[in-house]
Design a protein around this ligand. Structure first.
Ligand SMILES: Cc1cc2nc3c(=O)[nH]c(=O)nc-3n(C[C@H](O)[C@H](O)[C@H](O)COP(=O)(O)OP(=O)(O)OC[C@H]3O[C@@H](n4cnc5c(N)ncnc54)[C@H](O)[C@@H]3O)c2cc1C
Length: 436
């Protein structure tokens, strides 16, 4: 039987670029490291397993962390509840109490989806969502797909969709042409990013990229038939089978909120606050990668290594990475400026447009409700399977219903739906008795 209580010097939650780097760095100092991820494979969002294509070389190197001496890798294991000094995680081994001296939160980001008329039609997904489905083998061959929204994820998603056989009708970026020109002029300061962008454009040769172009509606009866675009040349309707539309990313702060870590504003959303050595406001808890703000893969890897070193008690190697971190974070600032959302997008949803897809709540039902708590009580908005991850984030972006004002940031345990048996099992194990 699997040992239900495990003890680590350093526990890392999230096995994306940040978490993998953190585990490796911590283990390099002889720490006993636990690494958990809700997904069945490591890689996070950017290196999500692709059933057709192999792993990029950078990912293969990062995956060496999984086999590093002292690293206990627990795939398919989701942290659902936080107590001082330990987390409850549920997965294929049942409920686990994971005790730690230091904890690294490398929980990444989620895609920002915004409501517009027709966005709940079958055939409409997020851009990152469509990419994830394609990597998992979703059949796309010959399907006419339009990619839209904002940010560099559109290019990455479009390249994956094309590689999986989709017929791309175009990429519609909401940012205006002048912002994209400025971005291109400043990009050479980050040569790695410039090369990445060039490689993606090469993979997307022949696919139209339209700036200042916003999806205003999706039309169809029982499935998507047409997408309506408002662009520099006016309005147009395009027939298509699939619309992949996303408006960038927002930090995943759920676990940090449960632990009581201080958050700070990141535009209309929030990120985990941390000092220069990535210490959060809670003793022994560190954060790295997109949970600290959207910064991209390279930034996540640097921060992961820094957090792993400091969590294992080695500050000097972390300080040595500080300059590289500042450079990577400056790129995040440029992304934020370039892909700021056009106010047209905030005004697309009408009173009858569903905002909460789990509980079928239209925008109009939320008028005059001051905050997310009242919205829950009056309409059930945010009380469905996603627990407000999609609708709560969208409402924050639209400036409708303030996020809950409670001291825990509105996040209550469990973080994700969990088996009752897992909760019961976990509290029957007395952590003191199991101490080796
Ligand atoms: C849908 C999507 C697609 C993306 N595609 C690309 C792309 O193609 N190219 C690109 O350059 N960038 C992409 N990005 C951006 C990308 O997320 C980052 O650049 C990079 O992956 C960030 O690394 P990270 O380690 O901070 O987080 P992530 O890679 O997001 O990893 C975080 C991990 O934490 C795990 N996790 C979170 N909470 C828990 C919990 N409670 N318990 C257990 N595990 C948990 C998640 O399962 C996830 O695997 C994408 C982002 C998203 C949201």
């Amino acid at each position: 039987m699997t040992e239900p209580v495990r003890r680590y010097d350093v526990l890392v939650v999230g096995a994306g670029p940040a978490g993998l780097a953190a585990a490796r760095a911590a283990a390099s100092h002889g720490a006993r490291v636990g690494l958990v991820d809700a997904q069945p494979r490591a890689g996070g969002q950017v290196w999500r397993h692709d059933v057709r294509r192999g792993m990029p070389a950078m990912a293969r190197r990062a995956f060496a962390a999984l086999a590093a001496p002292g690293v206990d890798w627990l795939p398919g294991t989701q942290a659902v509840l936080a107590q001082p000094g330990w987390l409850l995680a549920d997965g294929p081994r049942g409920a686990l109490q994971l005790h730690y001296r230091a904890l690294v939160l490398a929980t990444g980001a989620r895609e920002l989806l915004l409501p517009f008329p027709g966005w709940t039609l079958p055939g409409v997904t997020g851009a990152g969502g469509a990419q994830a489905l394609a990597k998992q083998g979703w059949p796309l061959r010959g399907k006419r797909v339009l990619v839209a929204g904002s940010g560099p994820l559109l290019l990455a998603a479009a390249a994956t969709l094309r590689a999986h056989g989709a017929q791309l009708l175009g990429i519609h970026e909401q940012a205006p042409l002048h912002a994209l020109r400025d971005f291109a002029l400043r990009l050479p300061r980050w040569p790695g990013k410039a090369l990445q962008a060039l490689a993606l454009r090469t993979r997307l040769a022949g696919v139209a990229y339209r700036a200042g172009s916003v999806v205003v509606a999706a039309h169809g009866d029982d499935v998507l038939r047409e997408v309506e675009i408002d662009g520099p040349r006016g309005r147009a309707r395009l027939a298509c089978d699939q619309l992949a539309v996303g408006y960038g990313l927002v930090p995943d702060t759920g676990l940090a909120e449960l632990l009581g870590c201080r958050l700070e504003a990141a535009g209309r959303h929030r990120r985990v606050a941390a000092d220069a050595l990535l210490r959060t406001s809670v003793d022994g808890v560190f954060a790295a990668g997109e949970a600290l703000g959207i910064g991209g893969r390279d930034c996540a890897r640097i921060e992961g290594a820094m957090a792993g070193h400091v969590a294992a008690g080695a500050e000097a190697p972390a300080r040595a990475l500080s300059a590289r971190r500042r450079h990577a974070r400056a790129f995040a600032g440029l992304l934020h400026e370039t892909f700021a959302l056009d106010p047209r997008i905030h005004a697309l949803a009408r009173p009858g447009t569903l905002v909460c897809r789990c509980e079928d709540v239209p925008l109009g039902a939320l008028a005059d409700l001051p905050d997310a708590r009242d919205a829950k009580l009056a309409s059930r908005c945010g009380m469905g399977a996603c627990q407000g991850r999609i609708c709560g984030t969208a409402l924050a972006e639209l400036g409708v219903c303030r996020p809950e004002a409670s001291s825990d940031g509105g996040r209550r345990p469990p973080l994700f739906p969990v088996r009752l048996a897992a909760l019961a099992e976990s509290f029957t194990h007395d952590p003191q008795e199991k101490r080796p």
